[in-house]
Design a protein around this ligand. Structure first.
Ligand SMILES: *[C@@H]1O[C@H](CO)[C@@H](O)[C@H](O)[C@H]1NC(C)=O
Ligand SMILES: *[C@@H]1O[C@H](CO)[C@@H](O)[C@H](O)[C@H]1NC(C)=O
Length: 878
């Protein structure tokens, strides 16, 4: 069957499956660029400026007033623009949940993909249709009128109008279509007009990332604009400069410069923290690792760094739990069974909020009250005959209730009521109560100021390892000039990652107080301080919301800003979103990825590689392995198996990435980028399995194949170091010797087989042991397959089968096209030699003749083969 027919038929197959859903599936009603009102053509949307510095003629007040008036009118008009309404269906399909939700979601994706001729999303940033300057979007009436007014005002040099237009073009406010070239021009106009630092920052950002396709990225200009803006106290530019000096990006590494800029932002971060109610602003963490949603960039279990020992750490409020609802439900159930711990947990969950769940202080108060009332009656008397342990939980609840009164959270601020609760909890030695009373005495809140008393309270709480109390105690010691004791307390508090403790440690290191000055430590600590106060410099929650709503472009750009400012989490997220090679977690997404791959030029991949690299440099092991993948398959860079091997080796050395170990094993087996060596190959395969049990199947398969190859190598006296022993020097053999070799090698192979079996049994026992004892948790966490999940899996499986061969054909076809394109681009880009696009051109085939190396037997796809990335990446852990 030829490829053309396959392309026709496969969608039809799918269509049959999806029909019932597809009929009810519509594209989201209100997409910004397809308003359904009658269109009015914006008159001068593309008007270019002739002379950007055209200013309002000075002194003409009347005219200025007029301009201000029209800007006001435009703003009023804009307020009338309704935000895009999200249809019920869209809401339903936004986030796959349960069986129906998931299928609807996939149905929509597949439908749009296959039948709607959806705009190609390849290169979200570099070639997306909406970023091209040539498009002339039609605007809905109120918007177009407002834009027109603003444009007139902008031409007369009204800063507010220019700024608003720039923002609308950049962020797409008021449903205005996004146009980076337009935004760039407006920002440039504004920066030239009055040196507005926000505009300068934006220009710096756009120059750095090449977001505007008309202006290629230029790091020198970027540094220039960021420096201008930073000098004018633009926080984001300050952070960008700090990070660039810290990591040596586009400028030589300079610790002093990094500290200089980081300190300026850290001062703001601390000021922000302290500007809050007693006890400081809540520093909510809105940056989530998107990869964690799918249990790491390589899927579940592929890497300890993403899904092993680091996964599911922390309490119920940790973001390791993607679905707060499940936790809530469980706690509700337990709580209704009079489980006081669960009630307290509910209270904490509502008080702290968590990912996917906003803080709800009112509800939190109710639950805290419920817990406290178990121990204290309405009149404050201690109840008799309470079960053991109640007083502890009740005191904790009292601490929180007091805190809420002290800070006026969810209720009116009342120092006296706060004090009552704290005093109650104090009787049972609750740390939060101790600390809070200390705080009241230190700042004289509702009580006379008394530093000595405060120190006593803090000290009691600090002994219970309450970080914030330790910091405060440290501050008191520092006031007394006892730097040594103060430092000790700061270091204790820093273990629990308290922002002020890091700040003081950074200051002490920076100024060399009580120690030698250490610039490196200072900048690292300042960086931590700064990054804890996300609210000061980033809009992480905005990015996450955009991602949740499926607005990938907005999510990427927003994360990109934070990534430029040095946030590792954001860097990994940007790379993750730009990464088209990922073994996607859904077949449709995978299909999309295949589709994109074919159309992807250097653009996104190069950008993704940059951020994988930056994230890897900040100790993200998964990103390091990803870097290796990109080098291996020549994505966004020239193919370099050596670099790939170096990345994998560095990652494997941390003993955290089973994926890296497996890859190294594979490279040793096939002699890609490193010497072919079956012995080492086995070692790495084994290590991968040791690191991660879920790698069992792929590792076993690989070992099986390796064993045969090693055996064949022994028999034929190949040049590769065998898997078993140190090899004997090759010599010409008699037939008898050959036979002997054959038998020995044979025996060796069986010995290994046996050994392996033995070992396999050991593992089974191990698993049984785990199931038997505390294994409940193990299986709860990993093996939970409810009915929905099972059905889902089956259905998805069917879908994959239906789509699989379609994709295969497409890939085959598009490979050629992609290579052609890449070659052409290589030529267009001048300096770069054409990048070999696929396996056939890759070097690991070349040495085969020369060194007597074995070519891969073909058990697995070749690197560079589009299947390879998906296979390798999906292989371990699934
Ligand atoms: C930049 O200009 C806009 C519009 O006039 C203004 O609202 C904003 O505050 C300015 N930013 C700074 C940092 O001056
Ligand atoms: C436009 O949207 C961005 C991002 O959503 C926001 O930060 C900015 O304040 C908005 N600007 C205006 C003028 O509403």
């Amino acid at each position: 069957m030829n490829a053309y027919t396959s392309r026709r038929i496969a969608p039809l197959l799918l269509f049959a499956f999806l029909l019932f859903l597809a009929t009810s599936t519509a594209r989201e009603a209100a997409q910004p660029d397809t308003p359904d009102q009658p269109h009015l053509r914006s008159a001068s949307e593309s008007t270019k400026w002739h002379g950007a510095k055209q200013k309002a003629s000075g002194g003409n007040e009347e005219q200025q007033n007029e301009v201000a008036e029209s800007v006001k009118e435009a703003t009023a008009l804009l307020r009338k623009v309704k935000p895009p309404t999200v249809s019920k269906l869209a809401h339903y399909t936004r986030k796959p949940k349960g069986f129906l939700g998931t299928s609807a979601y996939y149905a929509k994706e597949a439908f749009v993909l296959l039948f709607m001729g959806t705009p190609n999303q390849a290169n979200l940033l570099t070639t997306s249709a909406s970023t091209s300057s040539s498009s002339q979007p039609k605007l809905a009436p109120p918007l177009s009128r407002a834009v027109k007014l603003l444009q007139e005002a902008a031409q007369l040099g009204d800063a507010d109008a220019i700024f608003l237009l720039a923002e609308m073009n950049f962020h797409g406010n008021f449903t205005h279509p996004v146009s980076y070239p337009q935004a760039f021009q407006y920002y440039k106009q504004l920066a030239d007009l009055d040196g507005n630092s926000t505009a300068q920052y934006m220009l710096g950002f756009m120059h750095a990332t090449g977001l505007n396709p008309d202006v290629p990225s230029d790091q020198a200009k970027s540094m220039l604009y960021h420096t201008f803006a930073a000098e004018q106290e633009n926080t984001r530019s300050q952070m960008t400069l700090a990070y660039r000096h810290h990591a040596g990006i586009a400028t030589p590494r300079s610790c002093d410069e990094a500290v200089h800029w980081y300190k300026r932002v850290a001062d703001k971060a601390i000021a922000y923290y302290r500007s809050g109610p007693p006890g400081g602003h809540v520093l909510s963490k809105d940056s989530y690792s998107l990869a964690n949603d799918v249990r790491g960039v390589y899927g579940e279990g592929a890497s300890v760094s993403s899904a092993g020992i680091h996964a599911r750490q922390g309490g119920v409020t940790s973001d390791a739990y993607a679905d707060a609802e499940d936790v809530l439900e469980y706690l509700h159930l337990q709580s209704s069974k009079k489980d006081l711990k669960a009630t307290f947990g509910l209270a904490r969950l509502h008080y702290d909020g968590s990912r996917g769940m906003k803080r709800d202080l009112r509800v939190a108060k109710q639950y805290f009250m419920q817990v406290a009332r178990e121990y204290w009656s309405e009149s404050g008397k201690i109840r008799k005959d309470v079960p053991g342990g109640t007083e502890k939980l009740a005191s904790k609840a009292a601490g929180y209730l007091g805190r809420m009164f002290l800070r006026g959270e969810g209720m009116e601020q009342s120092y006296s009521k706060a004090r009552i609760w704290f005093t109650r909890g104090l009787a049972n030695g609750d740390a939060l109560c101790q600390y809070s009373l200390g705080l009241m005495h230190m700042q004289g809140l509702g009580v006379p100021q008394d530093t000595a008393k405060a120190a006593d309270f803090f000290s009691a709480a600090a002994d219970q390892d309450l970080a914030v109390a330790q910091t405060n105690l440290g501050m008191l010691f520092l006031d007394q000039g006892d730097v040594v004791t103060a430092t000790r307390y700061f270091e204790l508090a820093a273990r629990n990652s308290h922002i002020e403790a890091f700040y003081y440690l950074a200051e002490l290191n920076n100024q060399g107080i009580g120690r030698d000055r250490s610039c490196g430590v200072a900048s690292a600590y300042y960086k931590i301080v700064v990054e804890k106060a996300e609210a000061v410099w980033a809009s992480m929650s905005e990015a996450y919301e955009a991602f949740e709503e499926g607005d990938e472009q907005k999510a990427i750009v927003t994360y990109l800003m934070a990534a430029e400012q040095g946030s590792e989490m954001a860097q990994a997220n940007v790379a993750f979103l730009l990464d088209h090679t990922k073994p996607k977690w859904s077949p449709i997404a995978w299909l999309l990825a295949q589709n994109r791959n074919a159309k992807t030029a250097v653009g996104d991949a190069a950008l993704a590689l940059i951020y994988w690299t930056r994230s890897a440099k900040q100790q993200n092991i998964d990103s390091l392995v990803k870097m290796g993948d990109y080098y291996l398959s020549g994505l966004g860079t020239l193919t370099s198996p050596e670099n790939a091997a170096a990345c994998y080796q560095a990652a494997a050395e941390t003993l955290q990435s089973a994926q890296a170990m497996w890859n190294l094993g594979w490279m040793h087996e096939n002699g890609v980028g490193i010497d072919q060596d079956f012995h080492l190959a086995k070692r790495f395969y084994d290590q991968a399995l040791e690191t991660n049990r879920e790698a069992y199947l792929p590792v076993k398969l690989s070992l099986f194949k390796l064993r045969w190859r090693s055996w064949w190598n022994d028999v034929t006296h190949g040049g590769v170091k065998s898997m078993g022993s140190d090899e004997a020097p090759a010599k010409r053999r008699t037939f008898a010797e050959w036979l002997n070799d054959f038998l020995e090698a044979d025996a060796q192979m069986y010995a290994q087989e046996y050994e392996a079996d033995d070992w396999g049994r050991g593992e089974e026992e191990e698993q049984q042991r785990m199931m038997g004892s505390d294994g409940g948790e193990f299986w709860d966490a990993e093996g939970e397959i409810d009915d929905d999940g099972l059905l889902e899996t089956l259905l998805i499986g069917g879908l994959v089968a239906a789509l699989g061969w379609l994709v295969w054909y497409r890939v085959q076809q598009q490979q050629q096209a992609a290579e052609e394109r890449r070659r052409r681009e290589g030529v267009e880009m001048g300096g770069l030699p054409p990048v070999p696009a696929n396996a056939e051109a890759q070097p690991q085939q070349a040495p085969e003749a020369a060194h007597g190396q074995q070519a891969d037997g073909g058990f697995f796809p070749q690197p560079g083969d589009p299947n390879w990335g998906a296979w390798v990446a999906g292989g371990v852990g699934h």
